[in-house]
Design a protein around this ligand. Structure first.
Ligand code: INR
Length: 292
């Protein structure tokens, strides 16, 4: 079949499908295609998925990757997005000195927060923010968030289709504890990304959900009813936290010294264990860190 887009190369594998760099034949423009296949679906794309995707097509913001077109196939759906050349994890790896530049970090962080605030104001969560889905334009000055809203549209896979375990380092403690969650999960991830831009290293790197939680508690202590009302009745807390006491051995201020005192204040407000006390994206944009 003649298709409107020519596949150039595979550029990524997300939780929901494979991403290709493509050329639109008519215009010669480069786009990204995310090909999502519904293996256990006999009747094409579920209507719930179609509804969610139409919501995503309405999102229109300079810091969110634009969903240009949705193509339904017999086997699934192809999402056509705008294309950018670089993601933040490759950016940090390829230009470590630029990535640690304080003004650069401030500029990137404010754009990430603008995009997140916009989606949250439309009641859309990301749920899986990480450096791999923050894309950077050719001038290395514009950041756009990819993958927004897809978790709700497609459900949340623990592993991607190749069997690789999803990235855990940016997951909020309420997700890891199996609590109800909302927009604060994204602000935790933004905090982890902020810290990583400053240090060049993931803040809470570990191989399992439980071990990521242990890393978090090694820095902030085990939450209690006093610091996080309701936490002690969560299932994972009851079954695991009591058996594995953690001692605080890590310190955010000494690990993220490069961020400065005002930046550290903002970072600390993003990394609050109790999601109801964590700073929101729109409040974060008003923080003194961005004043100058
Ligand atoms: C690049 C990716 C450049 N651009 C990886 C990548 C490495 C270098 O995934 C990507 C995308 C792009 C991308 O240019 N547009 C999109 C990814 C995604 C949506 S998604 C849109 O949803 O995260 O897979």
């Amino acid at each position: 079949m003649d298709s409107k887009y020519q596949l150039i190369e595979k550029i990524g594998e997300g939780g929901f499908g494979v991403v290709y760099k493509c050329r639109e034949r008519a215009t010669n423009k480069t786009v990204a295609m995310k090909r999502i296949i519904f293996i256990d679906q006999d009747e094409g794309v579920p209507s719930s998925v179609i509804r969610e995707i139409s919501l995503l097509q309405e999102l229109n913001h300079g810091n969110i990757i634009r969903l240009l077109e949705v193509i339904n196939n017999w086997a699934g759906v192809d999402l056509i997005f705008e294309y950018l050349d670089l993601d933040l994890s490759k950016f940090i790896a390829s230009y470590p000195e630029v990535a640690k530049d304080r003004q650069k970090i401030k500029g990137f962080l404010s754009q990430i927060l603008c995009g997140v605030a916009y989606c949250h104001s439309h009641k859309i969560l990301h749920r899986d923010l990480k450096p791999d889905n923050l894309l950077i334009d050719g001038s290395n000055s514009v950041v756009k968030i990819a993958d927004f809203g897809l978790a709700r549209a497609f459900g949340v896979p623990l592993r991607n289709y190749t069997g690789k375990v999803a990235t855990l380092a940016y997951k909020a403690p309420e997700l890891l504890l199996g609590a109800n969650y909302s927009t604060p999960v994204d602000m935790w991830s933004v905090g982890c990304i902020f810290a990583e831009m400053v240090t060049g290293q993931p803040l809470f790197q570990a191989q399992s959900e439980f071990n990521v939680l242990m890393e978090i508690f090694r820095m902030f202590g085990v939450p209690t009813e006093a610091t996080w009302p309701g936490v002690t009745s969560l299932y994972v807390y009851i079954t695991k936290m009591i058996a594995f006491p953690t001692i605080v051995t890590r310190n955010l201020a000494t690990e993220a010294t490069g961020v400065g005192a005002v930046g550290l204040d903002l970072l600390s407000k993003m990394l609050i264990l109790d999601p109801s006390r964590r700073i929101t994206a729109s409040d974060a944009l008003q923080h003194a860190y961005f004043r100058n």
